[in-house]
Design a protein around this ligand. Sequence first.
Ligand SMILES: Cc1cc2nc3c(=O)[nH]c(=O)nc-3n(C[C@H](O)[C@H](O)[C@H](O)COP(=O)(O)OP(=O)(O)OC[C@H]3O[C@@H](n4cnc5c(N)ncnc54)[C@H](O)[C@@H]3O)c2cc1C
Length: 482
Amino acid sequence: MQKKVLIIGAGVIGCAIARGLSRYQIDLTVLERGHDVCEGASKANSGIVHAGFDAKPGTMKARLNVEGSQQYEAFCRELGVPYSQPGALVLAFSDDEMKTVQELYQQGIENGVKELSVLNAEEVLALEPNVNKEIKGALLAKTSGLVSPYELTYALADHAAVNGAHFIFNQEVRSIEKIDNGFTVKTQDNQYETDIVINCSGVSSAILHNQLSDDKREIIYRRGQYWLLDHDVNKLFTMTMFQCPTKMGKGVLVSPTVHGNILLGPTAEDIPDSQDTNTTAEGLANVLNTAKKTWPGINTRTGITSFSGIRAHEKNGDFIIGQVEGVSGAYETVGIESPGLTSAPAISALLVGIIEKNEQLTPKDDFKPAVPLPKPFNEMNDDERRQAIAENPLNGKLICRCEVVTEAEIRAAIRRPVGATSIDGVKRRTRAGMGRCQGGFCSPRVAEIISEELGIPMTEVTKSGNSSKLLVGKLEDSFAEV
Ligand SMILES: Cc1cc2nc3c(=O)[nH]c(=O)nc-3n(C[C@H](O)[C@H](O)[C@H](O)COP(=O)(O)OP(=O)(O)OC[C@H]3O[C@@H](n4cnc5c(N)ncnc54)[C@H](O)[C@@H]3O)c2cc1C
């Protein structure tokens, strides 16, 4: 009989570990409290593949950041996920901040970061002419990259599923109990017995850790709010621009995204509720005012949406990765805040290596390689588009005009191994609804396609799972009641 392995949490870390473990002869399940993969921090962050100068030398964060960043290009190429490496600047606006830049340079060298240099004001403005002219200088990190965090997470989940991992959604783990030869994991309405349990539950990771161990952990929920600007302003900057870091983190950045938008943010606010992803007028004003120091000419009329994500900041500040001390068969990733996205390839390789050794796992003979995601229609040239339409006429039906997404792409997103089941699931897998109109035009048609593909009535289609239904009923029924 194969060993049962249960991963809790389908963020980028849980999915990367699931994918790594799907190479072995095990019975693998991923439990997720959301209605889809990528419902926590992995869907709402800056999407920066950090070079690695920021973390304190000697920490897990420093080591895994640099290792992860070096692996990223190959990691994304294998999965067909968008990745680019435009580089990053840490801007200094005073002599004191120039000292910080010099310290970050030294720290980066100590962490093993390549291609770092310190620039003067003229050199910065030659690279980024729209930066505030008051600039004194900057750290240039050429290896800093950009990734689409949700597209990466979906691709990791798909690859794990193709190799036998089962994903079960809407399952919030409430307790883990050690029993003879394994664990009982209880959710709000189910119970699972497993030989091995892996806690990758982000903001909940300390709560679940503390049920297994007397060595208590504490997660501080640190929210980050963002503005997202439209493609129009994309050409104004090429690199990610940080300001000098503070004790709360890397500060407010102005950065292109891998899809050509501009991101402003995040804030760093400690909050009591681990799921409070509201944005606030105060938080967004704070982002704007701070970002103006980098880019005085910001035009908020180009803003198309705002969002926030919650960092799982462990109070001692470093990643905790490995076996739960003294509890054989229990493993965890706790406190995976930034640079967790960057470190995902290295974190999963580290933990999968530990589990393989401790649990003496046997590799599969029939592990299937990843099938890279196809080129999106909006990135194709005219010849490629003609061919795509000839192969599938549904590529000739545009559903999202802002982001140029076709009906064929939306249907394919729902049919993926871990497919979309909601409007937001389609949006993040295809970009339909990510543009200027934020789904104002395409959402009704996307809802119809979801209804057709999943064989559910339109009244059951949700924006983002649970009770977020789009329609409350049929007009004819409400007239019948009158
Ligand atoms: C504002 C912000 C900016 C960031 N910017 C960057 C960046 O630019 N670069 C970078 O490298 N990193 C960045 N990070 C960090 C990065 O996003 C995280 O380190 C990474 O996403 C963590 O992945 P995860 O899988 O551990 O957590 P998550 O993505 O949060 O996944 C945990 C999953 O567990 C589920 N879950 C929680 N509790 C339970 C439960 N009880 N039962 C079942 N499921 C449960 C959640 O729904 C979630 O899906 C940023 C984070 C934030 C918030």
